[in-house]
Design a protein around this ligand. Structure first.
Ligand code: ADP
Ligand code: MG
Length: 636
């Protein structure tokens, strides 16, 4: 009896497992191969092989015996045209039986998981463009293979395993006789489908490897047939350690794709070497489109941290939350190699790198915004909402962030407006940068509070990202001009000339209007903090604003939704004394019999102003009654 037989007899027989539902869904998509650029499967398998080598390199720091005699990592790709097969082998970490179930039977990676979720929302139609933008890892092998076999042995273990699937809902795992298994690491064998047979052709494979995997940090060898001796086609020298002048735009882009799992072009690349107190290489990319997990509640900035070419973790907290969209590799020369991942991230060296990285990336963003406004506009569109979190969280970065921030405004409804341009175009006597916050940019533009500003040609920023309500209250201003909410305090715009040349209404309202306003105030009582004449209205009769030192009304609503705020403070009702309706009401006030109607009008104006701000009437039933009375009166 051979030793192989003994092992097979002693170990349990092949066991069949059912794929997790999400995997099954993903596989179905792969098998039906909706994605036309199938070359990417090879890049995914090579990336996994490289990851496995890097993970073992790290584990071997603590346990050098894991490497045994074989310390030179390499990936070997073997073409087998005669049998229609392609094999990708590595001498990395390998997988145990449990690893196989976990790694190749479920979807653990959060990126892939959000991909699958998006897929559910989008339906098959958009699947292609999603796959086009985001990598889907190991399962992409089923785009070209009708059967995939994985033979693997985890470093340091004697038992090897064989995983096999046709990608149809289940897979089998069986023990593998030791002499049939790789000494260490993983061999992925693709049985290519008829339509994908040319993926076993050496020239084709070489071309794809050169194109997609040149920057991988482990050398790649290619064997043209199972017996042939392999040729080295990529040397595994880390891209970030090479001089910039030796790297082409396309090589950077490929490296970015491998790093991010996105298949687009990077919108900005920053590659630098820090010298002096701390020495490190860094390579950072701003993605060309939004990553799927951009608004993940964890808001984690992920970076790949190497210490002298050894990958410590691909999940290092190297970026502040407001730069979490950046894809980053840092290779430090100073961090100690023999400490744990957690300890490495607590070291002061790590802190210094983290600061240096954020400073450098922000400086590059500022330069890009200045030199290439069009590229910047796209980046801002994708990531502006995230960068604005920095306005709130990183006061020391606020000036730079305000420089590159772009806004929608009444004068520039499509966005792209910088504060510098805003300030350049200030109207005479304008002393502040005015803004309005709200959830919906379109409704914002129709707010009555804007009327007086429009009539005076005063530009108002329309801020509709949730974070806006927060940073704008803490930012001190820009270029010496404070930020002021158009829905808070007095508008202070009376001194700015109207663009139509109309006379500026006197600051004092006439006696009749003043009497009416006093009556409104008495009628509305506790429902409002005050009633006063307004200079911010032109065509509407009334609007609501917050008190000077209170919270902005929207911020108050946001906080209340989060359960953080005291019950909403009462707002101030502002009345347009120049409005025809107000003038009529004031004129009728002398008639004692009209008081009930005027009281109805006061409540209706208040409720209308609330509705315009997206709030319900004070008392819905009373509102309906009043509206009914007014309508039947109007209809005679
Ligand atoms: P990702 O690489 O993003 O984690 P994949 O679908 O590409 O997602 O791979 C899933 C998991 O399968 C990997 O995280 C890894 O644990 C395991 N795996 C895949 N290929 C290999 C390999 N060659 N060696 C060791 N483990 C592997
Ligand atoms: Mg992968």
């Amino acid at each position: 009896m051979t030793s192989a037989d003994t092992a097979a007899d002693a170990a349990p027989a092949s066991r069949t497992h059912v794929f997790e539902a999400d995997v099954a869904r993903l596989l179905q998509l792969m098998v039906h191969s909706v994605y036309s650029d199938r070359d990417v499967f090879l890049r995914e398998l090579v990336a996994n092989a490289a990851d496995a080598c890097e993970r073992l390199r790290y584990e071997a720091l603590a346990d050098p015996a894991l490497l045994g005699e074989d310390a030179a990592f390499a990936i070997r790709v073997v073409c087998d045209e005669a049998n229609g097969r392609l094999v990708v082998e590595d001498n990395g970490l390998g997988m145990s039986e449990g690893d196989l179930v976990e790694a190749l039977g479920t979807i653990a990676r959060s990126g892939t998981r959000s991909f699958v979720e998006k897929l559910g929302e989008a339906g098959a139609k958009q699947a292609e463009s999603l796959i086009g933008q985001f990598g889907v890892g190991f399962y992409s092998a089923f785009m070209v293979a009708g059967r995939v076999v994985v033979e693997t042995r985890r470093a340091g273990q004697s038992q090897a395993w064989r995983w096999e699937s046709e990608g149809k809902g289940d897979y089998a795992i069986a023990p593998l006789p030791p002499d049939a298994a790789p000494a260490r690491g993983t061999r992925v064998i693709l049985h290519l489908t008829e339509a994908a047979k040319d993926y076993a052709a050496p020239h084709r494979v070489e071309q794809i490897l050169r194109e997609h995997s040149g920057g991988v940090a482990v050398p790649i060898d290619l064997a043209e047939s199972p017996g042939a001796s392999p040729r080295r086609i990529a040397d595994g020298a880390a891209l970030w350690a090479r001089p910039k002048s030796d790297i082409s735009t396309e090589q950077y882009a490929e490296f970015y794709r491998g790093l991010s799992g996105q298949f687009d072009e990077p919108a900005m690349t920053a590659h630098w070497r820090a010298e002096g107190r701390h020495e490190y290489h860094a390579l950072a990319f701003v993605p060309g489109s939004r990553p799927l997990d951009l608004f993940d509640p964890q808001r984690k900035g992920r970076g790949k941290l190497y210490v002298r070419r050894v990958l410590i973790t691909d999940d290092a907290d190297l970026l502040p939350g407001w730069l979490r969209f950046v894809r980053l590799v840092v290779d430090s020369a100073d961090l100690p190699l023999n400490v744990s991942r957690e300890m490495a991230q607590q070291s002061p060296v790590f802190g210094a790198i983290r600061t240096g990285v954020a400073n450098r990336i922000l400086a590059d963003l500022v330069r890009l915004a200045d030199k290439q406004p069009e590229s910047w506009a796209k980046i801002w569109e994708n990531f502006g909402a995230v960068l604005k979190e920095g306005l709130y969280e990183a006061p020391e970065k606020r000036d730079d962030l305000l420089k590159i921030a772009r806004f929608r405004s009444t004068a520039h409804p499509d966005g792209g407006r910088s504060l510098a341009d805003y300030v350049k175009d200030l109207r005479e006597n304008q002393t502040a940068i005015y803004y309005l916050t709200g959830d919906d940019a379109r409704r914002l533009a129709a707010s009555p509070q804007l009327e007086g500003f429009r009539a005076r040609g005063v530009e108002v920023l329309l801020l509709s990202d949730p974070i806006d309500a927060f940073w704008v209250t803490t930012a001190l201003g820009f270029d010496g001009k404070p930020f002021r909410s158009v829905t808070q305090g007095t508008a202070d715009i009376a001194a700015i000339a109207r663009v139509d040349g109309a006379a500026i209404p006197a600051a004092e309202v006439d006696a009749a209007a003043a009497t009416l306003i006093a009556f409104f105030k008495e009628t509305l009582g506790e429902a409002v903090a005050d009633v006063r004449a307004s200079d911010r209205l032109a065509t509407s009769a009334a609007c609501l604003v917050a008190a000077e030192h209170g919270l902005d009304r929207r911020l108050e609503r946001l906080l209340a939704m989060g359960g953080q705020a005291p019950p909403a403070a009462r707002a101030i009702l502002e009345i347009n004394a120049g409005h025809a309706l107000v003038a009529r009401l004031a004129a009728r006030f002398a008639d004692r019999d009209a008081r009930a109607e005027i009281a109805d009008a006061a409540w209706l104006l208040l409720d209308e102003a609330r509705l315009r701000d997206g709030e319900p009437p004070v008392d819905a039933a009373a509102f309906a009654d009043r509206l009914g009375r007014v309508m039947s009166k109007a209809l005679g």
